[in-house]
Design a protein. Structure first.
Length: 311
């Protein structure tokens, strides 16, 4: 008898799952796909429990070179809203959208949110230099490194979600404002902590820290890559090493997925220190949201600059 009751209950639960609960659940929450973990985090700050959000690119890999999987195609196919960074950070974005065949996201698709709108871009090339391998053809796409830009991103996400779900527009907007206020307080703290290192010369591996370093008034004197995405030659490295010595740069910034051998070689020859910073929520795993990610970046940089005496 008991077995029969359990069987009936499981059948009822399964039917509910198949017929009703799924529909109710799906109707309840927007299914949002963000191209990166950092965008997914900002979206959840803006929409809280009104969305189910997943991300595509792994935080452990270079976003430029992520290779979408069939699972990613399915995610995009089933999504209600797509949030992406625009420009050419996600070089794989358009092919992925084409594979998913979700017309609402292609081109200026109405359910697709390009968070770069209104962000003041740096390093917009005067001529398109893709033939030389440069992967920042529309300007530097690593604007998420500046927390002031993240405030624009949060507002863009709120407006984009408000278009799709107008009944929650006020909710999205007020959450974005609250998040931005939280961010404002942190920016003040981070700026105060970096104030002692104004103009300190640093080197980065890829040109991915321009916005971050500009915000905190540090000076980039060169990159390990001669152009974004181009591996260094011996001649380029010799010139960079000389620059570091001449300008007394103390820090070489790399991201977790970039190879360590070259920065270490430069460090050995110059006495500069290699510091690993990240722009991806979840890498390292303690960086569970944008604020804790930036907090880690500022702390690591502060420690490195202090150790070397700073300025
Ligand atoms: Zn890049």
């Amino acid at each position: 008898m008991r077995t029969k009751k359990i069987l009936i209950l499981s059948l009822a639960v399964s039917s509910c799952a198949l017929l009703f609960c799924h529909a109710l659940f799906a109707a309840d929450k927007l299914n949002v796909v963000a191209t990166t973990t950092t965008l997914a985090n900002i979206a959840s700050e803006v929409a809280l429990d009104k969305i189910r959000v997943t991300s595509i690119a792994s935080p452990k890999q270079n976003i430029h070179h992520y290779a979408p999987t069939p699972k990613d195609v399915l995610k995009v196919k089933r999504a209600d809203v797509l949030i992406h960074e625009g420009l050419d950070l996600e070089a794989w974005r358009e092919p992925l959208l084409a594979a998913a065949g979700n017309m609402r996201f292609l081109g200026e698709g109405k359910d697709s949110i390009d968070v770069s709108l209104g962000v003041p871009l740096l390093e917009i090339p005067t001529s398109l230099s893709r033939s030389e391998g440069d992967i920042h053809a529309f300007g530097n796409p690593h604007y998420i490194g500046d927390p002031e830009n993240v405030k624009i991103i949060a507002l863009n996400i709120a407006e984009g979600l408000a278009k799709v779900e107008p009944e929650n527009a006020d909710f999205f907007r007020s959450n974005a404002t609250a998040f931005n206020e939280k961010l404002d307080a942190k920016i003040k703290d981070w700026e105060a902590r970096m104030a002692g290192f104004q103009g300190a010369p640093v080197v980065t591996y890829h040109r991915s820290w321009s916005y971050f370093l500009k915000r905190f008034n540090l000076s980039v004197i060169g990159e390990v890559e001669p152009k974004p995405g181009i591996p260094p030659t011996a001649k380029h490295l010799a010139g960079l090493i000389q620059q570091i010595k001449d300008k007394k740069a103390k820090v070489i910034i790399k991201e977790p997925f970039e190879e360590t051998r070259t920065p270490k070689k430069i460090a050995d020859e110059t006495g500069a220190q290699v510091v690993t910073l990240s722009q991806s929520v979840g890498e390292p795993k303690e960086a569970k949201d944008y604020i804790s990610l930036m907090e880690q970046n500022i702390s690591s940089l502060e420690t490195a600059l202090k150790q070397e005496g700073g300025k």
